[in-house]
Design a protein. Structure first.
Length: 332
């Protein structure tokens, strides 16, 4: 436990320099192809390791590219989000920059000099006496429902062949559906929905300008799509239902990763134009439940007002090249 506590102390002092991603004018570089995304993209991602004195004491780290060779670091004591670490568990943040062939994260505290170095897919934490405390290895998580096949009776809304099920639908990169304010021709009441999405790599953008789109359930309730990798996970960030509820845990993977939403929706009930029962939704983000039978107390802005009757799926255009694939729905 002594070594683990020392690791935590170093991560704390490295994390004292942290700042939240905030709104910033200008999008900077935008990448949809990992092969062209540059050196910063290669460093960003998730890292996982164990304390040397306790194999079960996991430490997870997310490294977030901020552009121009600068990075945020978030350390999760217990493991990565949704895999050992949950909202409210111990977290520490830090900053780093490229120095030669590595990224160096340094403490800004005058009485602390621990550091972390990232090179070749390995993140090593050192104490103030240059003693190696822990080594974390880059890992790539994938949603367990990625590529899920539609069950018997499902309506396949998009399989990469064409956008015929959508009004205003456009193919991008040959076989993906763009975020073009498109909406389905078919309307739905109670249903389950599977959809896969990919946010672009926009390292110099911040906040709502970083990989923004939205999956509007029944065109009335926005499930946010955003590059929120490494953020707190608010209701206007990835996995949040805008203005209603933040996700139980921020399950956002790094940009350019394919991610999944699996949605089980029960529509609101109306007596004429009067709502008599709120809708409810359970949502899994990358296989982890982030909203469990959540009551949808009101509609969200950006598309259609809440009201009676079935409605379609709407995919918001927010000026960023977000892409979708493998979309299917099962009516109830």
């Amino acid at each position: 436990m002594l070594v683990r506590n020392t690791i935590c102390a170093v991560l704390i002092c490295v994390g004292m320099a942290a700042t939240q991603l905030v709104a910033e004018e200008g999008k900077g570089s935008v990448f949809t192809d990992a092969a062209k995304a540059g050196a910063d993209y290669q460093y960003q991602g998730e890292y996982l390791g164990s304390a040397p004195d306790d194999e079960n004491a996991k430490v997870g780290v997310q490294v977030i590219a901020l552009g121009k060779g600068e990075f945020d670091l978030v350390a999760y004591i217990g493991g990565l989000p949704g895999a050992g670490w949950m909202r409210g568990d111990e977290t520490h943040r830090g900053k780093g920059k490229i120095e030669g062939d590595k990224v160096v994260f340094k403490s800004t505290e005058p009485d602390q000099d621990g550091r972390a170095e990232l090179k070749g897919g390995s993140l090593v934490v050192y104490d103030g006496e240059n003693k190696k405390l822990v080594e974390l290895t880059k890992t790539e998580r994938k949603s367990p429902t990625l590529g899920a096949k539609p069950p018997e009776g499902a309506i396949v809304l998009f399989d990469g062949k064409n956008a015929d099920h959508f009004e205003n639908g456009e193919l991008v990169e040959g076989n993906l559906l763009g975020a073009t304010n498109c909406f389905t021709k078919e309307k739905f009441g109670d249903h389950t929905l599977h959809i896969e999405f990919r946010t672009p790599f926009m390292p110099e953008a911040r906040g709502q300008g970083r990989g923004n789109s939205g999956v509007y359930i029944q065109e009335r309730y926005e499930l946010q799509v955003l590059d929120s990798f490494g953020l707190e996970g608010e209701n206007n960030e990835c996995g949040g239902i805008y203005s209603i509820n933040k996700p139980a845990v921020n399950m956002c993977l790094p940009p350019l990763s394919w991610q999944t939403y699996d949605i089980d929706f029960k529509a609101a009930k109306y007596d004429g134009d009067k709502k008599v029962e709120n809708g409810r939704v359970t949502i899994k983000h990358n296989g982890v439940v982030i909203h469990d039978n959540l009551e949808l107390t009101h509609g969200t802005p950006g598309r259609s007002e809440e009201g009676p009757g079935d409605a379609g799926l709407f995919l918001q255009n927010h000026g960023n090249p977000v892409a979708f694939r493998n979309i299917w729905v099962v009516k109830k």
